[in-house]
Structures are given as structure tokens and as C-alpha cells.
Design a protein around this ligand. Structure first.
Ligand code: SAH
Length: 317
């Protein structure tokens, strides 16, 4: 027989970007079901219409550890607590820290009170929605905050993302005291991308002071950017059309979009002629050595060597 769950519940709630219309139904349910709400004052203001007789604990931005500990303590004492983050609670939000505090307290999913992470629309998708479809191909998120992450780690990630042609969302780009990080990010990106690369700055998405600006990588460091801005940097294919940022998904590699037909040499529903199988056949047939192939495709020599050694069946399945 399994032990009954102890009373108490902790909801880790993501509110989405701002106003109520972008909050999920489950986030709303969690906030109304809770008897205790904990969050930064700004987020609690965003859900003011859902606050009835719940106890409300407001705290400042820097008191995150305290907030997580308090939430855990109160849930341990049998309360139903909603710990509130903006966007998604698991994206630079309170969820990760809270699980660390939970595990430190001896909590386990099997023996402890119930914990539910309620997902929300994170800043990058919310901000992208306001400028078109910049994330339609591979993208990544990088926070420029060096409050908890060493700068060389951030710089290496910026460099890798820029080199690999990811569309990039920069969170925490700038604060009152932290202004140089964005200039450094720009400098690193310019080592890999054109100065005209389109960039969108979205400030306070879906909130009263929302502001959207389109600019370029070259002009980025001179723009007005604050704590509530997300910076979206396009990849080498991203285009601006009629004030919208669009990253092509690659359909034109296969289809003639105007005529609806397939491009010569390609078939609908199967990998591209430059897809994995065709590429494998090409490197196997190549007269180049491992090192040359590794340099050509910018892939580790070890990977190329393993591919060339592997029997077909291993590679395919
Ligand atoms: N958990 C949040 C992120 C918190 S980190 C989420 O998932 O969205 C804080 C950073 O998020 C800010 O510095 C800013 O870069 C970004 N951000 C949060 N809300 C935003 C909004 N409404 N508009 C634009 N950027 C936002």
C-alpha cells in the first residue's frame, strides 16, 4: 500500500507575459484554488482580479531564495500555495530554484506534498508573436544576467549560438547596473553574422507599456533596452517584410510556394536530397579523409570516423 499524500500543495505558476487573456485556464484555477499567493508585487498586480481571500505575500525581485523557502515551508504546513512567476515558471523562473529547495528539505515526489508546475507562455514566444514569426526555425534562449552565471560561460554560449546560426532570444539583456553585457553580445554576434541581421526589441509584451522596435545587429547596442525587454536576433535567413520578422522554415528547399509543386530532385513526405541518408551515402563515397570531412562539415572528427566505421543497420536505427 502506498502512503497517502501529505496535505498541502505547491503550484509553480507561470502567468504568461502579462494580461489575463494570455494566462492559461490552469494558471487561473491554481491561483483561485490556493489559500496563499507568493510572488513579486508586479506579478501579483497582474492577477489582482483573481485575488479574493487568499493570503498574499509580496516580495522584491532579489528575495527569490526567501520566496522559494517560504512557499515550501507553508506547503509543508498543509497550505495550498501558488508561487507565481511571469512567463513560464520553469524558464528563468522560480520552478528550478524551488525544486532545489524542496530536495534540500528532504522532499521527494513519492513521499512529499503535491507539486504542480503550471506552464505559461514564455517571453520568447510572446515577444515573437508581436513581430511576426521569427522563431520558425531552430532557436535558443540565452540570459545575459551574470548575477548567477560566470561571463565566460555566457560568452561561450552566445558564441556557439551565433556560430550555429540559431535565432536567439536574449533574456535579461540589461539592467540599471548591467549595461555592458549587451554590447559584448553584439560584438560576439557580429563575429558570425551580417551587421544588417534583423533584430526585434520587445519591451513589456502584452502589458500596458508594451513597445516594439525593429533594428539591426549593427545598431543594437545604441537602442533603448531595459529590464523588461527581450531581444530577438534573427538568423542568416531571417527577413523583414512589411515590418514583420520572418524566419523561413525551409519550405522553399522543397516546394515552389506559388505553384504548389515540388522542386526538381525532391519528394514530398521524405527527407531532402541533402538529408541524412543521402549525406551518409555521400561521405561514404567520398575520397576525402576523416579530418577533411570533419573540417568541411564542421563536425567532430570522432563523429565522422564513427559514421564511416558503423555498419548501415547501426546508423539507421
Ligand atoms: N519566466 C519568465 C522570464 C523571467 S527572466 C518567462 O518565461 O518569460 C526576466 C526577463 O524575461 C526579462 O529581463 C525580459 O528579458 C523577459 N521578459 C519577461 N516578461 C517579458 C515581457 N512581458 N515582455 C518582454 N520581455 C519579457
Amino acid at each position: 500500500m502506498t502512503e497517502p499524500k501529505p496535505p498541502g500543495k505547491l503550484f509553480l505558476v507561470g502567468l504568461g507575459p502579462g494580461g489575463g487573456e494570455h494566462m492559461t485556464g490552469r494558471a487561473r484555477e491554481a491561483i483561485t484554488a490556493a489559500d496563499t499567493l507568493i510572488g513579486h508585487a508586479t506579478y501579483l498586480r497582474l492577477v489582482a482580479d483573481l485575488v479574493g481571500d487568499q493570503q498574499v505575500v509580496k516580495s522584491g525581485m532579489t528575495e527569490e531564495v526567501e520566496r522559494a523557502r517560504l512557499a515550501v515551508e507553508l506547503a509543508q504546513a498543509g497550505r495550498t500555495v501558488a508561487l507565481i512567476s511571469s512567463g513560464d515558471s520553469g524558464v528563468y523562473g522560480m520552478a528550478g530554484l524551488t525544486f532545489e529547495v524542496l530536495f534540500q528539505s528532504g522532499w521527494t515526489p513519492e513521499t512529499g506534498f503535491a507539486v504542480e508546475v503550471v506552464p505559461g507562455a514564455t517571453a520568447l514566444t510572446s515577444c515573437a508573436a508581436l513581430v511576426g514569426a521569427p522563431l520558425s526555425h531552430d532557436f535558443c534562449a540565452i540570459s545575459l544576467s551574470d548575477l548567477l552565471t560566470p561571463w565566460p560561460v555566457i560568452a561561450r554560449r552566445l558564441n556557439a549560438a551565433a556560430a550555429a546560426d540559431f535565432v536567439c532570444a536574449l533574456y535579461n539583456p540589461k539592467s540599471g547596473r548591467r549595461t555592458r553585457q549587451l554590447q559584448e553580445a553584439q560584438r560576439l554576434f557580429l563575429c558570425h553574422r551580417r551587421p544588417e541581421t534583423p533584430v526585434a526589441l520587445v519591451h513589456a509584451a502584452f502589458r500596458a507599456r508594451q513597445r516594439v522596435e525593429l533594428t539591426t545587429l549593427a545598431a543594437l547596442a545604441g537602442c533603448e533596452i531595459g529590464m523588461l525587454t527581450t531581444v530577438l536576433i534573427g538568423n542568416s535567413q531571417t527577413q523583414v517584410r512589411h515590418g514583420l520578422l520572418i524566419t523561413p522554415r525551409g519550405y522553399t528547399n522543397k516546394y515552389d510556394l506559388a505553384g504548389g509543386t515540388t522542386v526538381a530532385g525532391e519528394r514530398a513526405g521524405t527527407s531532402l536530397s541533402s538529408g541524412l541518408d543521402a549525406w551518409l551515402a555521400a561521405i561514404r563515397a567520398s575520397t576525402e579523409g576523416v579530418e577533411q570531412l570533419a573540417a568541411r562539415y564542421q563536425l567532430p572528427a570522432r563523429y565522422i570516423a564513427e559514421l564511416l566505421d558503423a555498419p548501415d543497420a547501426d546508423v539507421r536505427h
